[in-house]
Design a protein around this ligand. Structure first.
Ligand code: ATP
Ligand code: MG
Length: 415
């Protein structure tokens, strides 16, 4: 992509009125636009990063047998009445519910268990059709009273939600733990290397335990108690002990830290399928309620968290797997011809490259390259071009190197 033809608008200073660091950076670097607190548009750069994250999650969901669908966001009150959730005080706090001028009542989706179960029950299912594992990426609406954390807490945000139904508790359990592993792989791949699997209560969703995926980070609104020796971890909401206690699983010591919840998995069992009469026929032909599981990843929250983690005083510094472009090519002076050749060659070899072909000063272009944060920066100047060289720099390092322009592809793929 040529910078001059792309809708990238960076700011020289932080935007006003934005309290969250992730949103400040993302707005400044031209990734997102703020409509109001908790509500952001993804601009071309931001959407590229989002799509990278989405593809990683999609691959991991497909790998455990998930099938992608898309469910509606506008839900009739009736479907929510079937589980009794329409009038649940906890639900009423976060769900946008409204009446049309004709008096019909609707809600905007904050989760999709009811809609998923409604799809499932319209089919006459036998144990042979199970399990069913469907997921989608879609917008969720939540009336968040504290929408001050940028992309970490939206009134409207993107979630990946997967739902599964099973004939037995064992089958549900087996899939639940498979999803746990798939989530850890997905987080790892997008650059969230240290994710804790934390026991938590189900909130408005279930009275049983659930598992949250928490990244320790000062910006987090949750508190995780964890063992410094083993993988034991519990959310503050259910932990009975104190920092310094002995771990109930090993002899390690318990610590606590702020954390960001990037995902949550739930085993609902038969609660909702009994209420909504969602059944299957077992091997003896008897009708039985299905076991339901529900699994969410906060997609836009992950993007915001990555921005919180991967930055320095000059701007963003994306992990390669989610960077909008792998290479930011800067042409300075009278080098358009040389730069164009490199741009074509790299694009043809399958690399994603943003070429800053604008008539701007070196200072502006180099500052924008740092702000946007692609993993590699290439500079072509009159001086380097004269010797058929290119200057290469990794965003994460101060070191620059001169290499022959024909060697860029092999250089980048070897790093
Ligand atoms: P939180 O405790 O942070 O409010 P939650 O437990 O209510 O989140 P879930 O219902 O478990 O959220 O939703 C699944 C995932 O969606 C969460 O793990 C989180 O990553 C993400 N998420 C939830 N609420 C928001 C929000 N308002 N903005 C962005 N992401 C969110
Ligand atoms: Mg949760």
């Amino acid at each position: 992509m040529r910078y001059s033809q792309s809708f990238i608008n960076t700011l020289r200073a932080d935007p006003k009125g934005e309290t969250a660091a992730n949103a400040r950076l993302l707005i400044r670097a031209g990734y997102v636009d703020k409509l109001m607190a908790g509500s952001y548009s993804f601009l071309p750069l931001g959407w590229r990063v989002y799509q990278k994250i989405e593809n990683i999650v999609r691959e991991e969901m497909n790998a455990v047998g998930g099938e992608e669908i898309l469910m509606p966001l506008l839900h009739p009150k009736e479907i929510w009445n079937e589980t009794g959730r329409w009038n649940d005080p906890g639900v009423k706090e976060i769900m946008y519910q409204f009446k049309t001028s004709e008096g019909k009542e609707f809600g905007l989706s904050f989760t999709h268990e009811e809609v998923f179960l409604d799809i499932v029950r319209k089919n006459s299912l036998s144990y042979k059709n199970l399990p069913i594992r469907l997921y989608h990426f879609s917008t969720k609406f939540r009336n968040e009273p504290r929408a001050k954390s940028g992309l970490l807490r939206g009134r409207e945000f993107i979630m990946k939600d997967l739902y599964s139904v099973h004939a037995t508790q064992e089958s549900l359990d087996e899939f639940y733990w498979q999803v746990k592993e798939a989530y850890l792989k997905a987080y790892q791949r997008m650059g969230l290397k240290e994710v804790k699997v934390v026991e938590a209560s189900g909130g408005v969703f279930t009275s049983g335990h659930t598992h949250e995926f928490q990244v320790l980070h000062p910006v987090g609104e949750d508190t995780t108690y964890y063992c410094i020796k083993c993988d034991w971890a519990q959310n503050k909401e259910i932990y009975q002990g104190r920092v310094g206690d002995r771990c109930p699983q090993c002899s390690g010591q318990i610590e606590s830290a702020s954390s960001v919840e990037v995902g949550n998995i739930f085993r609902f069992g038969m609660v909702y399928s009994e209420k909504m009469n969602v059944t299957f026929k077992d091997a003896a032909g008897a009708s039985k309620p299905l076991y339901l599981g529900s699994y969410g990843i906060g997609m836009s929250r992950c993007l915001g968290l990555l921005a919180e983690i991967f930055n320095d005083d000059k701007g963003l510094a994306w992990p390669e797997s989610v960077a909008p472009y792998q290479i930011h090519l800067v042409s300075l002076g009278d080098t358009k011809k040389e730069a164009e050749k490199i741009y074509k060659e790299l694009s043809d070899s399958g690399l994603e490259i943003l070429w800053d072909d604008r008539d701007e000063s070196a200072g502006v272009k180099l500052a924008d390259a740092d702000l946007i944060g692609a993993p590699f920066r290439l500079v072509v100047s009159d001086k380097t071009a004269a010797k058929n060289n290119v200057e290469v720099k990794k965003r994460s390092s101060e070191k620059t190197e001169l290499i022959k322009s024909g060697q860029i592809v092999s250089y980048v793929s070897s790093k």
